[in-house]
Write a protein that binds this ligand. Structure first.
Ligand code: ATP
Ligand code: MG
Length: 299
């Protein structure tokens, strides 16, 4: 699709697990929209970036067809459809641009409770029910195991009880659904989370700059998701020890107070700042600990 366009169009899930966090991420990146009456298209107001609200399975195809420029979708869906295209001899047209840190889940292999799991070779000749046949076949190929993928679009976990399959390969929620169906997870085939998907080739028009701007802002939002500004005071000779407790901190800003024996420090920390960590810092000599929220960051 070579049409020159001056607006960027992003596909997100209309309703489901990824829709709220996807909207929240884009809103934190400074986008705002006017919703159309049918709520399928949202016109970008703060920037020329529009949203298309669709079923998650349609997102890779919309990018492939050039209908949308970017999309927010589970890695499981993206990798599955990339595999499908590769299988059909089609070129790579979309790929993962960023992992987004929400919508985490695993594509796992689960077997009947009463199996004693001995490893992948046990699957030889078995029927495996799944919604992700390409991911599964790719994995089986890597393992050198011959087994049959039984493709189902829903209720994969009851397939063994119905006699449609021997084992399943499915997204694992809490594991409760598996247990209710007398299944147990034995192997993870893919660690998934929501990703920003985009074209494999760069944009050739103004969309390149828009996408760059959006990526820079999203990176800023993702970087500070768990970040806090930590402020404290400490004796000069305790600082090295204290910084060992802060492996997730940026190099701190330090200034001497109280003559020169006490330092006042501030450091941006990227991991969660729990009470436990603060107590550990205090034991190592930190005083006047203060944790402040970070609202925006531009690297
Ligand atoms: P749609 O109507 O858009 O097709 P859906 O039913 O296919 O919706 P959801 O169940 O909302 O999709 O899941 C969307 C994505 O959320 C999945 O593809 C997966 O990447 C992710 N996800 C996170 N946790 C889970 C989970 N426990 N079970 C299934 N998917 C999960
Ligand atoms: Mg779907």
């Amino acid at each position: 699709n070579s049409a020159v366009r001056d607006r960027l169009r992003i596909a997100i899930q209309k309703s489901g697990r990824l829709s709220e966090p996807a909207r929240a991420l884009l809103a934190s990146s400074g986008l705002s929209w006017r919703e159309s009456r049918d709520k399928l298209f949202c016109y970008g107001e703060s920037l020329p970036v529009d949203l298309l609200l669709v079923r998650d399975d349609d997102i890779p195809g919309l990018i492939a067809d050039g209908v949308c420029d970017l999309g927010i979708v589970g890695r499981n869906v993206l990798v599955e459809q990339a595999g499908e295209r590769a299988e059909a001899g089609k070129p790579e047209v979309f790929r993962e641009w960023r992992s987004l840190g929400f919508g985490a889940c695993k594509l796992s292999l689960a077997v009947p409770d009463d199996w004693t799991w001995e490893g992948p070779s046990q699957l030889a000749g078995k029927r495996i029910a799944t919604t992700y046949p390409n991911l599964l076949r790719g994995w089986l190929r890597e393992q050198g195991v011959q087994a049959e993928a039984v493709v189902l679009n829903g209720s994969v976990e009851i397939a063994p009880r119905l006699g449609q399959a021997d084992v399943i390969c499915d997204l694992v929620s809490s594991g409760a659904t598996l247990a209710a169906n007398q299944l147990k997870p034995v192997l993870d085939i893919l660690q998934s989370e929501a990703v920003l998907a985009g074209p494999a080739q760069p944009f050739g028009d103004v969309r390149a700059e828009l996408a760059d701007l959006l990526l820079r802002r999203m990176d800023g939002v993702l970087r500070i998701r768990d970040s806090k500004l930590l402020m404290f005071q400490a004796p000069r000779d305790a600082v090295d020890q204290l910084m060992l407790l802060l492996p997730d901190a940026e190099p701190p800003t330090m200034c001497a107070i109280d003559g020169a024996d006490t330092l006042s420090l501030q450091a941006l920390c990227h991991g969660a700042m729990t009470w436990q960590r603060l107590e550990d810092l205090k034991r190592a000599g930190a005083r006047g600990l203060m944790v402040l929220p970070v609202e925006r960051m531009l690297a």
